[in-house]
Write a new protein. Structure first.
Lengths: 203, 152
């Protein structure tokens, strides 16, 4: 009887198997918010998710006639939400423009997404007269932050500019930009407009 | 220790080593519901100051052949190991005779203790696999099995 049991057990051992689960590599994702952004379900820390959309935000300035071209910089006024979508923290101050995002990939390598801005070389007024976009620069900050900002200070030059190459995978990057009109020339009268587009690209 | 001491020590060790035996179990009837378990980020955005993890879920129809041990007191363990990447955390919620549990890969957990009353133990596992997002870089496979332990 004992031998029989051993044989049965041995036979069972011979037919032993294992089940196998195939697992994917994991998803990649990228997100960028400039100014406003839309969320579903509250902040990230409460389980909210971002969704596409939101207003295209404007940065405006009315220059008094007496100050035109006097070389004294004028601070422009941005619009859009000032809070971080992580937890609602008031990261930016009134007049600033929030820019933040992240790049997600399952990886153990150093991989960075790159933030760029693309725009025309000139602003145009109603009569088609131009003003160099380089008349606008920005400074970067964030309430509660110390040290260098993810998006450094800069100045528009037209075309495509690289603003940051250090959006390290799986980290949150955000800054608040304050725009300034350099006021170096006396332009023709009018309202000058231009649109710039920010792009976050993965490697 | 004299030579008789060594002899008795070896004899005791030999007897105790034979006191418990382990057999891999036939689970050829087990089926994984999904062809591929999709690993998704647990947090939509990178969490601040918390582990950044990926998880995937699937359902497994478990069938273990215990015909050779019907009526005998046995312990059955669940064991899983990833082929290439680790660490992994594995959790499963059972719906039948087997215990729910969790473990790191390459560990084992007790899922049954008793005397099987039928040839097969059947159950359904809702299984979740969680990996570190900074280490999980490619598709992989998780091999799981059951082994039976019995005191002789």
């Amino acid at each position: 009887m004992y031998r029989f049991a051993v044989l049965v057990m041995w036979a069972s051992c011979m037919s032993a198997s294992a089940y196998t689960i195939n697992m994917s590599a994991g998803t990649r994702a990228i997100y960028l918010r400039v100014g406003d952004g839309l969320m579903n379900g509250g902040y990230y820390s409460n389980g909210g998710n971002p969704r596409s959309g939101g207003a295209i935000n404007a940065v405006n300035l009315n220059v008094p006639a007496v100050a035109l071209g006097n070389q004294v910089e004028q601070t422009m006024q941005g619009s859009g939400r000032l809070t971080s979508d992580w937890d609602g923290y008031a990261f930016c101050n009134s007049g600033q423009v929030y820019i933040g995002g992240f790049f997600r990939t399952p990886s153990n390598n150093v991989q960075n997404a790159t933030l760029r801005v693309t725009g025309p070389t000139h602003l145009l007024n109603e009569q088609g007269q131009t003003m160099s976009l380089s008349q606008i620069r920005w400074t970067s900050s964030g309430n509660g932050d110390t040290g260098a900002q993810p998006i450094p200070d800069g100045q528009f030059v037209g075309g495509t500019q690289t603003l940051a190459t250090n959006f390290l995978r799986n980290t949150w990057r955000e800054s608040c930009l304050s725009f300034h009109y350099r006021n170096q020339f006396i332009p023709a009268a009018g309202t000058y407009r231009a649109r710039v587009t920010y792009t976050l690209a993965t490697p | 220790m004299n030579k008789w001491g060594v002899f008795w020590l070896c004899l005791t060790y030999a007897l105790s080593a034979q006191a418990t035996r382990v057999w891999p179990l036939d689970d050829q009837g087990t089926r994984v519901l999904d062809t591929t378990l999709q690993m998704e980020w647990d947090s939509w955005a990178p969490p601040i100051g918390q582990p950044d993890t990926l998880s995937g879920r699937t359902t497994i129809f478990i069938q273990i052949n215990v015909s050779a041990w019907q009526g005998q007191p046995v312990r059955i363990f669940h064991r899983c190991a990833a082929r290439q990447q680790r660490p992994l955390r594995i959790e499963w919620q059972s719906h039948g005779v087997l215990h729910s549990g969790s473990m790191q890969d390459r560990e084992r957990r007790l899922v049954y203790q008793g005397r099987p009353t039928s040839e097969y133990l059947n159950d359904i596992f809702e299984l979740r696999v969680q990996a570190d997002g900074s280490r999980w870089v490619r598709p992989d496979q998780l091999d799981c099995s059951f082994e039976l332990e019995m005191d002789l």
